[in-house]
Design a protein around this ligand. Structure first.
Ligand code: GLU
Length: 436
């Protein structure tokens, strides 16, 4: 390592499937390390295994990183560098460190001695050479293998720190031997401990952990997933909620834990709720609008007609109970125009007395001077008084008429956000329902 060099790190995914939580965390740690040290974050697509790499997976990786907000400074595809890999392979042959067999080119592991990885997180890990086997560096179709291409590229790209998952610690002694055979200085290594499921087995789909973009689908905010991934194996005192700027300011390798991290879905939902509540209402309203359309709760024209301010106000109400954008969108119908069906199990609320009161209320609401929560409250109280009905009889009927549900945020706030036009139309429609 050359400690004074500006930091250059890379995230090097193999595009053979979706970018999952573990890959997302590796990408984030590298990005944070680069940004913290004002270095360079490189994205290297390791597509040397041409039978398993797909363009779709590459697109997914780009989309996942963009969604997480992890911008890269340089991007490479390993397949573009095959000529260079072959050139270095020839050099290894010249130096007597590689030999041909069965059409493939093999790297010769020295017989004697041992290699020690001085890992910044795992500590010193020593492997006796007798435990290692010679390895293929060029397949018989002349494509390079991972351990070899990785060394050539890390060297050529001036990588100062290799930060990657602990599952690669086994590869590192072989990679160090290749550096040595070429007379190259290796980078520093930091192998980040594994992520386990709550049952302490290696994290998998079985634990509900999906791809990065699955979390977007499920209504998790990128702010929340970034925060969650950062805390999967890194900590700063007992702080749980971090903005991106705080993470950049605070993240460094000494804060990375040396024991495995446990993936806790409940904590992700908790963080998401925290982030929903911290978000600027208009930004949240815009996200909510997209989600409403995406989930078919209403069409784009309806959402646009409602306007940004209304969506922002609805979002502020919905985020009190909603833990995800999906939950919020699925409860947004009351705030958008159009009829709301009355649930069968609430029909008992609509007695003839109540319906008579609703009819009057619809007219009053249509003429409301003060369409605030307070104005709606006053109107409801007046109508209840005039009709000799307790508010606790009228209010639930109004709630069901406007929202289709017996539960939700504070009724008068709901009415104020829905607005007089929607409220009057729905109260009037409920008053027409004939129960007899
Ligand atoms: N392509 C490897 C992977 O996706 C990257 C390993 C490394 O970072 O060196 O696991």
């Amino acid at each position: 390592m050359r400690p004074m060099d500006p930091v250059r790190v890379r995230f090097a995914p193999s595009p053979t499937g979706y970018l999952h939580v573990g890959g997302g965390r590796t990408a984030l740690f590298n990005w944070l390390y680069a940004r913290h040290h004002k270095g360079t974050f490189i994205l290297r697509i390791e597509d040397t295994d041409r039978t398993r790499s797909t363009d779709e997976a590459i697109e997914q990786i780009f989309a996942s990183l963009r969604w997480l907000g992890l911008d890269w400074d340089e991007v490479y595809r390993q397949t573009d560098r095959f000529d260079r890999h072959r050139e270095v392979a020839a050099e290894l042959t010249r130096r007597g460190a590689a030999y041909e067999k069965d059409g493939a080119l093999w790297f010769r592991i020295p017989r004697d001695g041992a290699t020690t990885v001085h890992d910044l997180l795992a500590g010193d890990v020593t492997v006796q050479h007798t435990e290692l086997k010679d390895l293929v560096i060029l397949r018989s179709d002349a494509t390079p293998t991972y351990n070899f291409a990785c060394v050539v590229d890390d060297h050529d790209m001036g990588i100062t720190h290799v930060i990657r998952g602990a599952e690669h610690l086994n590869n590192t002694p072989k990679q160090l031997l290749i550096y040595e055979a070429l007379g190259w200085t290796p980078p520093a290594f930091a192998h980040v401990p594994l992520i386990l499921g709550p049952d302490r087995t290696k994290l998998s789909k079985r634990h509900g952990a999906g791809s990065v973009l699955d979390y977007d689908q499920r209504g998790i905010l990128p702010e929340a997933l970034v925060n969650f991934l950062a805390r999967l194996g890194w900590s700063h005192g007992d702080q749980e909620v971090f903005t991106r700027d705080e993470l950049v300011a605070l993240f460094d390798l000494p804060g990375v834990n040396t024991s495995a991290a446990v993936f806790d879905e409940e904590k992700l939902l908790w963080l998401n709720h925290e982030w929903l509540r911290r978000l600027d209402p208009h930004r949240l309203g815009d996200l909510l609008a997209d989600r409403i359309v995406g989930r078919g709760v209403a069409d784009r024209a309806t959402v646009e007609a409602a306007g940004r301010d209304k969506l922002a106000r609805a979002a502020v109400l919905l985020r009190e109970r909603g833990k995800t954008l999906v939950e919020m969108a699925d409860r947004a119908r009351p705030y958008l125009p159009g009829p709301i069906p009355l649930p069968d199990d609430a029909l008992d609320l609509f007695t003839s007395d109540v319906r008579a009161a609703l009819r009057i209320l619809a007219v009053r609401v249509g003429e409301l001077d003060d369409p605030t929560a307070h104005g709606f409250e006053t109107a409801l109280r007046q109508v209840a008084d005039e009709r000799g009905l307790p508010l606790k009889t009228l209010a639930p009927a109004v709630r069901v008429a406007v929202t289709g549900s017996r539960v939700g945020p504070g009724l008068f706030d709901v009415l104020a956000v829905a607005g007089p036009e929607i409220v009057a139309a729905r109260v009037e429609a409920a008053a027409q329902e004939d129960r007899s």
